[in-house]
Ligand binder design. Sequence first.
Ligand code: FMN
Length: 194
Amino acid sequence: MTARNVLIVDAHPDPCPERFVHALADSYAAGVRDAGGDVRRIDLAGLKFDLLDSRSQWEEETPSPEIAAAQQDILWAGHIVFLYPLWLGDMPALLKGFLEQVARPGFALGTGAMPAALLKGKSARIVVTMGMPALFYRFFYRAHSLKSFERNILKFVGIKPVTHSIVGNVEGEPEHRQRWLARMGELAAEDVRG
Ligand SMILES: Cc1cc2nc3c(=O)[nH]c(=O)nc-3n(C[C@H](O)[C@H](O)[C@H](O)COP(=O)(O)O)c2cc1C
């Protein structure tokens, strides 16, 4: 996959700069720019939006200006990177709430019983950090929440291929985090150049 226009969705609910997800997002953004790509970024911790509470709201309501702007960023992007910490085995509720808001019928999906996928032609990368070792999440938990995000949300709306980076032991050695920061830059360059 190659993509010049890259949208970074930093989905850590905590805006504190010490959160490692923000540093990973910064490294990835720098890597995209170094490789000649353009970056847009959405920081969910600073984005104000309500949770959806009805089907009619999802189908009929005009999205808020913040959500409409995020949809424009998604349309602009050829590649979307989602970064988040694993919370209770899954994505933080803030990211799920954001995805429900943006992935509306008429934008991400067609209507009807077998809705068409409307976001084809884009790729994605998921970067998830966690306290447990990556191998434990991959083999004991079978990376279930990651696979659900890939298959039931991203591929469902037409976004593929989807690659992922599982950053385990995130509260361990500082050298481990440094290696991942460097790796983010390399992955960004690969995603831009193919
Ligand atoms: C509410 C909450 C739930 C968490 N649940 C899990 C979990 O289910 N599995 C796990 O390995 N780590 C879990 N963690 C640890 C976080 O994944 C870890 O602190 C985070 O990835 C570190 O990145 P950060 O510095 O960007 O916050 C949890 C942390 C919090 C605050």
